[in-house]
Design a binder for this molecule. Structure first.
Ligand SMILES: Cc1cc2nc3c(=O)[nH]c(=O)nc-3n(C[C@H](O)[C@H](O)[C@H](O)COP(=O)(O)OP(=O)(O)OC[C@H]3O[C@@H](n4cnc5c(N)ncnc54)[C@H](O)[C@@H]3O)c2cc1C
Length: 463
């Protein structure tokens, strides 16, 4: 298991281990068999009150929702509509695919042949264009209409348009879908000149695989001139940038670029053209909510949901990257576009769609990045809170950084660069809201005492 897989597992992001994924799949199937003494067809013929569930999207949120529904109800009708003609896959696995660690099939969320058919989950390839909340149906781009008793929207997000004109030129791609991944792999050969527009989350985690493929890489910084400015402070962002440069990456500022031209090429301020073999645009994301216009479903940055993942419209739920729900740290509503949140959402929405009463405690802002081999993390209120205290430990030469943010004696946010030893503890302390008491002052002096503080205070709390 690689370092990133270990960290992912430690944080509950799931495992990169193929066997484990299949075991999880099998466990659903096994329980199906136990609760279903007769073949599914036989049950269908005696159905009395078959519920119709429609899930829009076929990513992690929908897959988990579909499996949860089927586990509890062997006779309901489940239709999962996704616009990509792929077996449901994890975008999170794209960097591993780009680096050659896995094949494209390795990104699939469920790897057992016929998994969805066996569970009688009807996976339709189509784009949903309209929802009629009164008639309780959805219409796809092919004109098909699907009635629902309960509907879940899990359409995720999509890459933001390039900030520069000319992104429709040949050789300009995003890195969002499996199809994008295939194009990137087909194009990049050792020595290929690649420009990566953007230095946010996606950009920073694909630098490693692009370098691994032998790309001669130029990265355009964010608007602030900083890397990952939406999830790391200046010190951490600066460290990551210097690290990338030390690995041979050229960095440029957005202000130096005018447009993308045929070639593809970047036109600079002085009208000079730099040609590339590939330009990858990774300049942020937007929730896929446009098709909801006129439906009455309330949206902001995403679809507004309550703790039960219900929207304001009866019988309609939302989950995953497209849902804007409670932020654990602030109590405000936020989109937390990470896979563990999507999976939790999918499960909880499914339980509630079936008439259950499950609530989501709120998602914690949580980021783990492997940027050209340098691991950085940020959790919760990573930028600190008003009136709170902050402890930092910086070792620029060795690319090591720890930042702890306190509110009173609670740890409410943290950042690390180059250290993976504390991250499980950081998440634990933030989520459990364990008061640190005297340990807070000790941590202000020496943030490396975090494990000692965690053990001491967690044991106290457990007594
Ligand atoms: C390169 C990359 C790396 C990532 N790495 C990580 C990571 O390390 N850790 C982490 O936690 N998260 C990571 N993420 C984010 C993670 O992939 C998402 O949080 C997760 O995919 C969200 O799941 P979802 O089901 O909500 O949405 P998605 O996975 O985006 O699925 C949305 C689905 O909706 C479909 N769809 C959209 N519009 C329509 C429509 N109108 N009609 C029908 N179908 C539609 C799409 O085709 C897709 O099937 C990464 C993302 C990317 C792009």
């Amino acid at each position: 298991m690689g370092i990133f897989c270990k960290i992912a597992a430690m944080l509950g992001f799931g495992s990169c281990d193929k066997k484990k994924t299949e075991t999880a799949t099998e466990s659903v199937k096994t329980q199906e068999t136990v609760t279903k003494p007769q073949p599914m067809e036989a049950i269908k013929t005696v159905k009395t009150n078959e519920k119709k569930y429609v899930l829009i999207g076929a990513g992690p949120a929908s897959v988990r929702a579909a499996e949860t529904l089927r586990k509890a109800d062997s006779s309901c009708s489940i239709t999962m509509i996704g616009l990509e003609k792929e077996s449901p896959y994890s975008r999170m696995a794209l960097p591993y695919y780009l680096s050659g660690m896995i094949e494209d099939t390795g990104t699939h969320l469920r790897k057992t042949e016929g998994h969805f058919e066996n569970l009688k989950i009807n996976h339709v390839f189509a784009k949903v264009e309209n929802i009629d909340a009164k008639k309780q149906n959805v219409t796809t781009d092919s004109g098909d209409v699907y009635d629902y008793d309960k509907l879940m929207i899990a359409t995720g997000s999509r890459p933001a348009n390039s900030p520069f004109p000319g992104a429709d030129n040949k050789g300009v791609v995003n890195c969002w879908t499996l199809e994008d991944g295939r194009e990137i792999i087909d194009t990049i050969k050792p020595g290929s000149k690649v420009a990566l527009l953007g230095a946010g989350f996606v950009a920073s985690i694909i630098i490693e695989p692009l370098l691994k493929r032998g790309a001669d890489l130029t990265v355009m910084m964010g608007r602030t001139g900083q890397m990952v400015s939406r999830m790391m402070d200046e010190t951490a962002g600066g460290m990551i940038k210097t690290w990338c440069e030390s690995k041979g990456v050229t960095t440029i500022l957005p202000s130096s670029i005018k447009s993308i031209e045929a070639g593809p090429a970047l036109k600079r301020d002085d009208d000079s053209l730099t040609e590339f073999d590939l330009i990858i645009v990774a300049t942020g994301v937007y929730s896929n909510i446009e098709f909801l216009e006129g439906t009455g479903i309330k949206t902001d940055a995403g679809i507004l949901v309550n703790a039960a993942l219900r929207t304001n419209v009866r019988h309609i739920y939302a989950a995953g990257d497209v849902a804007q729900g409670v932020d654990f740290s602030t109590g405000a509503k936020a989109v937390h576009a990470i896979q563990p949140t999507a999976v939790d959402h999918g499960r909880i929405a499914a339980v509630n769609m079936m008439g259950g009463n499950s609530t989501y405690k709120g998602s914690l802002s949580m980021n783990v990045l492997d940027t050209a081999g340098l691991i950085s993390t940020s959790f919760g209120s990573w930028g600190g809170v008003e009136g709170g205290d902050t402890a930092t430990l910086v070792d620029m030469d060795n690319y090591k950084y720890v930042r702890l943010n306190f509110k009173g004696d609670l740890l409410v946010g943290a950042i690390t660069v180059g250290r993976t030893d504390y991250i499980g503890v950081m998440r634990g302390l933030i989520q459990s809201e364990v008061p640190l008491g005297d340990w807070k002052e000790k941590l202000m002096e020496d943030p490396t005492l975090l494990m000692n503080a965690y053990l001491a205070q967690s044991l106290d709390a457990a007594r």
